[in-house]
Design a protein around this ligand. Sequence first.
Ligand SMILES: Nc1ncnc2c1ncn2[C@@H]1O[C@H](COP(=O)(O)OP(=O)(O)OP(=O)(O)O)[C@@H](O)[C@H]1O
Ligand SMILES: [Mg+2]
Length: 375
Amino acid sequence: MYIRTLALQNFRSYESRSVDFDPGVNILTGKNGEGKTNMLEAVHILSMGRSFRTRNDAEAITFGKGFYHIKGLFEKEGEDLTVEAKMTGREKSFFVDGIGVRKSADLLDHALTVIFSPDDLRIVKDEPEKRRRFMDHELFQLKPLYYLDVIKYRRIVRNRNLLLKESDLNEHLLDIYDGYLAETGARIMAERARFTKRLAVISARIQARVTAPGADTAPAPDTDDVLEVSYEPGISPGEALTEGAEALQSVILESLRARRPKDREAGSTTAGPHKDDLKIVSGGVDLRKYGSQGQQRTAALALKLAEVDIIKEETGEMPILLLDDVLSELDAGRQKRLPESFEDCQIIITTAEVSKNLKAAFPDARRIEVSSGRL
Ligand SMILES: Nc1ncnc2c1ncn2[C@@H]1O[C@H](COP(=O)(O)OP(=O)(O)OP(=O)(O)O)[C@@H](O)[C@H]1O
Ligand SMILES: [Mg+2]
């Protein structure tokens, strides 16, 4: 799929702007602070329902204005698709082909995007929460029901933690929470396990391609560089992980029961999918702890780009790839091999300077100049 036109009203630095994109590669250029990332942010909101830069989307309303309006004209499976986001004060609403979308879960599978921003270069290094969020974002677009489970799960953990802190513990209510947690948690774990399996295969393939020494020849990669990604659940699932959601449900329930005194003491739920992580190994070394900055970045890139392939596999649609200022962080070889991987993918790149490497990698790209919010 691709976005043809993006129209913005009162969105960050843009009071009223419209921009047309090429179905292939687009490079947004302009000096620092001119509004390049703002554009990607707007496309991301149409896709995921929220910004990737802030938790408070009201911040994106142009200073002094009361609302923003983002409208995207997409082409998906050869058909037109219009997605709109409106934010008035603190109220956000969405429309798909002019029809109001009641729940954000219903927005997520329309405009498909993968965003890669400088923050994401640290996915491998940062705390587990970042890697959980990475898994979740991908799965949200693939499975709106998963989104509902995650929202529900988070809410129950919050309530359960409050309950655990009360001096007079209501064991009966805790039993009810545990039941809900086990039910939703099991579905979440089953999805994450399944997703990680695909992620492992695809990210290893991408890593091998991106780090291959010769661009034209693609020799078997040095085994030291093979990327191994695996799911590290925040609870020991034993065999249950391969047996599906029902088996996982019993395991979670048992764990919650067994840990109740410990949780009570801690005043929080100490184990469960909210503690999940991804293990990322290359050359036998845990990259989270021991990887060099370059190794961590390359692995992060492989993980992110694997998202594109997984979305393509699961939905039959190529998502739009949004690259916010990350290419300049990669060496020339990696920059050059990147586009070969995504030939039929719309890519929107932001960069302050169009480097020689970038020009060589994307000779046919459409260049869009952004200046002081004006195009
Ligand atoms: N709510 C807002 N209202 C008006 N302007 C805003 C708002 N939020 C941010 N801006 C302006 O948007 C600009 C930043 O835009 P953006 O982050 O897209 O820049 P950029 O081109 O990506 O820069 P860089 O190259 O540094 O990444 C800043 O000048 C900022 O003042
Ligand atoms: Mg920027």
